[in-house]
Design a protein around this ligand. Structure first.
Ligand code: MRU
Length: 357
């Protein structure tokens, strides 16, 4: 049974003195909210994927820093800053691939270092910054959605868009990157249907993307990951839009495992393949995708369905959670500042990077 929520959906919310997270491990069967009151609980929530998706992890980590700043028992500035670094290190140790996590923690630490006055003032400034990060992400996703309209092919009038994993409201502060483009296309009357890859092994496509589409009556067809190439061959797909967890300056883009296969299939069928992501997903320190750290998760994610083992014992496992799509397979990167070819990223975006608070 799919449970309905009031739209719009905000996966990470600050409420009085704590954070409320939509528990994404329980959707679509159950819409429930988890209260997070300690930075350690936020670290566990990120690790266990109660909150997931690169920008949402960034927002959650920023609030984790706020909670951590309130746990520190000192009125000495230097000690406070040192303890806050430790909170940041714990949050950064949760998931290695999505760069937004590191970006958000770094921004929070920078704000703490740049704020003078009593500790209470630093704590207030940290809360204001986390709220700013959340608000900015919402606006950023809406801008990505708008820019995405410019890449929609004119023909047919109503398009079928394939997406992989969940890069929607649940994965951001509340609108989505790839699903932000889908939402804009739907509002503009340009969308016929979304094809959602189920996204083995954690099924973010089946559980989360389909849930989001159903909430807004956006027509959605669920397929297994192995069906994407077939659907392209059958002319069911007009373009592909996916999110990203980390983009190197040459345009190589890490996203959920299986994205690379989708990009290869799109290339083979001459279909446009777009990556939609905010500036905070670009890692300006990485020349190319080879050194993007790829998270490996517990093998139970692939050897079990529910609590049932699906293979004989004696098998070995490999469970990378992300893969890297080479820039050559990417038609364009849709950002809040416009759409860029992968090779244009460095020149065109370094200007905006210098404006990054
Ligand atoms: O493991 P997850 O569910 O956190 O992975 C999420 C993805 O790969 C998303 O596509 C990506 O973070 C972009 S979200 C706007």
């Amino acid at each position: 049974m799919t449970v309905a929520a009031n739209y719009p959906v905000y996966p990470v919310i600050w409420r009085d003195d704590h954070v409320q997270l939509i528990d994404q491990t329980r959707l679509p069967q159950q819409f429930s909210v988890v209260e997070i009151r300690r930075s350690e609980d936020m670290a566990v929530a990120i690790q266990t994927m109660i909150v997931r998706g690169a920008p949402a992890i960034g927002v959650a980590a920023a609030y984790g820093m706020v909670l951590g700043s309130r746990e520190i028992q000192t009125d000495q500035r230097e000690q406070f800053l040192a303890d806050l670094e430790v909170v940041g290190d714990r949050l950064k140790a949760t998931r290695p691939t999505a760069v937004n996590l590191f970006w958000a923690v770094t921004r929070m630490l920078r704000v703490a270092h740049q704020t003078w006055g009593p500790i209470s003032q630093l704590q207030e400034q940290l809360l204001a910054t986390a709220q700013e990060i959340a608000t900015e992400d919402l606006q950023t996703c809406q801008a990505i959605g708008e820019h995405g309209l410019n890449v929609l092919p004119p023909d047919p009038e109503k398009l079928c868009i394939l997406t992989h994993c969940n890069a929607g409201a649940l994965a951001t502060a509340g609108y989505g990157t790839a699903l932000g483009v889908v939402r804009s296309a739907w509002s503009a009357g340009r969308l016929a249907r979304v094809y959602a890859d189920e996204t083995r092994p954690r099924l973010q496509g089946a559980k989360l993307t389909c849930w989001e589409c159903v909430q807004e009556n956006i027509p959605v067809t669920l397929i297994t990951d192995g069906m994407a190439a077939h659907c392209m061959q059958q002319d069911l797909i007009d373009l592909v839009v996916v999110g990203a967890d980390r983009i190197a300056v040459n345009g190589d883009a890490a996203n959920k495992i299986g994205t690379y296969s989708v990009a290869l299939s799109a290339k083979a069928h001459q279909l446009p393949f777009y990556v939609a992501a905010p500036l905070s997903t670009i890692d300006f320190d990485l020349a190319n995708g080879q050194s993007i750290p790829i998270e490996e998760r517990h093998p139970a994610e692939i050897y079990q369905i529910g609590s049932t083992d699906i293979c004989p014992s004696g098998v070995e496992f490999y469970n990378p959670a992300f893969d890297v799509t080479p820039a050559a397979l990417i038609t364009g990167i849709i950002t809040e500042h416009g759409v860029f070819k992968p090779e244009e990223l460095q020149d065109k975006l370094s200007h905006y990077r210098s404006l990054d608070p």
